[in-house]
Design a protein around this ligand. Structure first.
Ligand code: AMP
Ligand code: MG
Length: 353
């Protein structure tokens, strides 16, 4: 199919929102910017639309989709409201973090098809804050199921060019709203259990969640690699994610040791004829010798590292490197999300010095 690409401006935002709403009403797919990454949206109440999302991404159908909403009125139509404690927690979080980069898992209302939730009785919901996303969601008046707009297994798209790379010809429309702000996917918290459980770290940190909820636990699968045979709480956890084409190793330790180790290993691998990429930082990039050295940002700002991370992984793909060495980061603040994505990209291959 031919994909219509629209560059959004102040002048065309209303007309574009109407056009996108029409596509969604007819069961089609539209990719659009959010504050986290670009989403690949379809009507979340239409099971055929959800099936199309899985097909366009090449995503396994047991990996559930997140519903994107415009307001709280919509929120209450998508969940079971009989558990007062769960609802109180959700409302407290919504007060502080919505619209914004937080996804909540709640018991699903009957109107949501299992095709959207990957067969689960729970549903993931988020109210994005991005101006374009909000305009679209307000216009269409339906919950939009929207996973990241990349082919399954590839790094999430943080600019329209990434979406075009992966989705051109596969969906009806791509809305180009420039680079996204945050650059890593939303924080996911599961509110269905006795204790709120963090399933995916993001811009909203565990500390921020604890301030609202008191106790928050982190699902073990956030740290560990989960085997293919298990069914973890966040089904996405079992798949290799965000993966560059090259194989990748994370190196942890004191800065000087990390730099020395990576340079030595890169030299050996290059002597074997391999093309080597190094994921460095603004502080270290001059100190490396390899075929491709990419700075992912400054250690002074983990937000900048989060912002650049997926672009850097895609850039290594473009450069056709065979092997990537990456520095590691402290897990405070946004660093937790960054390390989680890096570990997944590296298939949990870590060298500790
Ligand atoms: P993405 O849309 O690519 O950002 O990924 C969506 C992720 O949200 C999935 O991979 C799951 O890990 C998680 N998710 C969505 N719905 C649920 C749910 N009902 N229960 C647990 N995790 C969910
Ligand atoms: Mg994704």
């Amino acid at each position: 199919m031919e994909t219509k690409i629209i560059h959004i401006t102040k002048e065309n935002i209303e007309a574009t929102a109407k056009e996108a709403a029409d596509v969604w009403a007819q069961g089609g797919l539209v990719a659009f910017p959010t504050e986290t990454v670009y989403g690949l949206g379809g009507n979340g109440l239409n099971k055929e639309a959800s099936k199309k999302i899985y097909a366009a991404k090449g995503r396994p159908s047991d990996n559930p989709l997140i519903l994107h909403i415009a307001d709280m009125e919509q929120f209450y139509t998508l969940i079971k409201t009989d558990n007062a404690k769960i609802i109180a927690r959700a409302e407290a979080l919504a007060d502080v973090f919505w619209p914004g980069p937080l996804t909540m898992i709640l018991p699903k209302a009957d109107n949501i098809p299992y095709e959207t939730t990957g067969g689960l009785d729970t549903v993931a919901i988020r109210m994005p804050s991005h101006l374009v996303a909000r305009a679209l969601l307000q216009e269409c008046k339906m919950p939009i199921a929207a996973p990241s707009a990349n082919l399954s297994g590839r790094p999430s798209p943080t600019s329209a060019s990434h979406v075009i790379e992966d989705m051109n010809g596969r969906i009806e429309m791509i809305i180009d709203g420039g680079d996204v702000g945050i650059g890593v996917e939303s924080t996911i918290i599961d509110l269905t259990g006795e204790v709120p459980m963090l399933l995916r770290p993001g811009f909203v940190t565990p500390e921020m969640l604890q301030q609202v909820l008191g106790t928050v636990e982190t699902d073990a699968a956030v740290y560990r690699q989960v085997g293919k045979d298990v069914h973890p709480k966040a089904p996405g956890m079992k798949y290799r994610h965000y993966a560059p084409k090259a194989s990748m190793v994370l190196v942890e330790g004191a800065q000087d040791k990390v730099i020395t180790y990576i340079n030595e290993e890169a030299k050996k691998k290059r002597e074997q004829g391999l093309r080597i990429g190094i994921m460095a930082t603004d502080e270290s990039k001059e100190l490396y010798k390899a075929d491709v050295v990419i700075s992912v940002g400054s250690r002074i700002s983990m937000d900048s590292v989060a912002h650049n991370l997926f672009r850097a992984l895609r850039d290594f793909d473009e450069e056709n490197v065979d092997f990537i060495y990456s520095e590691s980061f402290d897990t405070s603040g946004c660093g937790f999300a960054v390390m989680n994505r890096l570990l997944k990209a590296a298939g949990h291959q870590v060298v500790k010095l």
